[in-house]
Design a binder for this molecule. Structure first.
Ligand SMILES: *Cc1c(COP(=O)(O)O)cnc(C)c1O
Length: 350
C-alpha cells in the first residue's frame, strides 16, 4: 500500500484546519463562555454543538465495536463519500474505480469533484472479481468503491474477493455497509486493525430508521479520521441530531425488532411476487429491498405511481433492464403493493 502521505492530496496534507472556539479550551472545566460570539440567551440552541461529537462517538463505539478515535460522523454517509474525494483525489488528475451498478452518489460526488470515475460491470450474478477491478486501476487510482450488500442489486458481494482487493490495491478501499444490519455477512468494521487502507461506511438512515436526522459514519484508521476531521465543516452535526441520535441509540431493541420483522416481510413479499406472471426474476437480497425483473418496468412503475405507490424504477441502470427496486414497508404497505401488482397482472394477462 502507498503511505497516507502519498495518497492524501498535497493541499490537504499542508492544510492547517480552522480551529473553532470549542476546540481550543478542551481539557478544562469551563462555565463562562465568551469565546464564540454566541448569544447568551435562548438555551439550549444558543451554543455551538460539539464539533467532534464525543458523547455520540462514545456511545456508538460500544454498539459498533470501534474506538471513538476511529469514528467519523457526517451529515449522512453522503458527507463521508464526498470527503473521500476531497481528501484523496486531485481533480483532473486522479481517478477512482467502482463496481457497476452501485449506489449513485459515488459517481455524483466524483463528477462534482472533477475526478474520473471508472466503473467495472458486475457479472450476471451481480458479483465481481478482484482482478477485474485491479485491471481497471492505474498509477492515478486513489480509491476503490465497494458496497455490500450492494444497492440496487441487494446482494452481498463475495467476501474473499473484497479481501483480495484490500490486500492487493495500493490505495484506499471504501466498503459501504449501509445495509449490513439486514445481512448475515460479517461486518468489515472488525477488520480495521488489519487494513490501514480500509474505510467502512454505516448510516443511521436504513435499519436504524433515522434518515431524517442525517447521520452517517465512517470507520477507519485514526490517521484517516484525523484527515476527515481536518477537512469537514467545523460543526457538521447539529445539536438536534446529536441529541436525538443519542436517544435512538438507547433503543437497540427496536432496531432488532424492526430488522427481524422486515426480514420476515421480505420473504412474504418475495413469495407473493414469485407466482405473478409479470414477475420474471427476483434477485437474491441481503437488504431491506428486493430487485425484481418484470415484464415491463416502465409501464408497471407508472401504473403504481397512479395508485400512489412509489417504487424505484431501475430500468435505465446498467444490468437492471426492466427491474424495479422495491423497499420492504409495513405489512399494510406491502399488501397494497402486492394487491396493485395482482390487479396489473390480471389486467395485462394475454
Ligand atoms: C441509503 C444509502 C446510504 C445512506 O446515505 P445517507 O446519506 O447516510 O442517508 C449510503 N450508501 C448506500 C449504498 C445507500 O443505499
Amino acid at each position: 500500500m502507498k503511505t497516507l502521505e502519498q495518497l492524501v492530496r498535497p493541499n490537504i496534507r499542508k492544510l492547517s484546519p480552522y480551529s473553532s472556539a470549542r476546540n481550543e479550551y478542551s481539557g478544562h472545566v469551563a462555565h463562562v463562555f465568551l469565546d464564540a460570539n454566541e448569544n447568551p440567551y435562548n438555551n439550549p440552541y444558543n451554543r455551538y454543538p460539539d464539533p467532534l461529537q464525543q458523547q455520540l462517538k462514545e456511545r456508538l463505539s460500544l454498539i459498533k465495536g470501534v474506538a471513538p478515535e476511529n469514528i467519523f460522523l457526517g451529515n449522512g454517509s453522503d458527507e463521508a463519500i464526498d470527503l473521500v474525494y476531497r481528501c484523496f483525489c486531485q481533480p483532473g488528475i486522479d481517478n477512482v474505480v467502482a463496481i457497476q451498478p452501485t449506489y449513485g452518489m459515488y459517481q455524483v460526488c466524483a463528477d462534482i469533484n472533477d475526478v474520473e470515475y471508472r466503473s467495472v460491470r458486475l457479472n450476471a450474478d451481480y458479483d465481481f472479481s478482484a482482478q477485474s477491478l485491479l485491471d481497471a486501476c492505474d498509477a492515478m487510482t486513489k480509491v476503490i468503491w465497494l458496497c455490500s450488500p450492494n444497492n440496487p442489486t441487494g446482494n452481498d458481494l463475495n467476501r474473499e474477493e473484497m479481501e483480495k482487493v484490500l490486500a492487493r490495491f495500493d490505495g484506499i478501499v471504501v466498503i459501504d455497509e449501509a445495509y449490513s444490519d439486514f445481512s448475515q455477512q460479517q461486518t468489515f468494521r472488525t477488520e480495521l486493525p488489519r487494513w490501514q487502507n480500509l474505510i467502512v461506511l454505516n448510516t443511521m438512515s436504513k435499519a436504524w430508521g433515522c434518515a431524517a436526522l442525517r447521520l452517517g459514519m465512517a470507520f477507519a484508521s485514526k490517521e484517516i479520521i484525523d484527515i476527515f476531521n481536518k477537512v469537514k465543516y467545523p460543526y457538521n452535526i447539529n445539536k438536534l441530531t446529536q441529541d436525538t441520535v443519542l436517544e435512538a441509540l438507547e433503543s437497540t431493541c427496536n432496531v432488532q425488532r424492526w430488522v427481524s420483522f422486515l426480514l420476515e416481510e421480505r420473504q412474504r413479499v418475495i413469495d407473493a411476487l414469485a407466482p405473478l406472471p409479470i414477475c420474471q426474476k427476483i434477485y437474491p437480497t441481503a437488504s431491506n429491498f428486493v430487485l425484481v425483473k418484470v415484464t415491463d418496468a416502465q409501464d408497471i412503475y407508472s401504473c403504481l405511481v397512479e395508485k400512489g405507490i412509489i417504487v424505484r424504477n431501475r430500468h435505465r441502470v446498467t444490468l437492471c433492464e426492466n427491474c424495479l427496486r422495491i423497499t420492504i414497508g409495513t405489512r399494510s404497505e406491502n399488501n397494497e403493493l402486492l394487491g396493485a401488482l395482482r390487479v396489473y397482472s390480471h389486467e395485462n394477462a394475454e
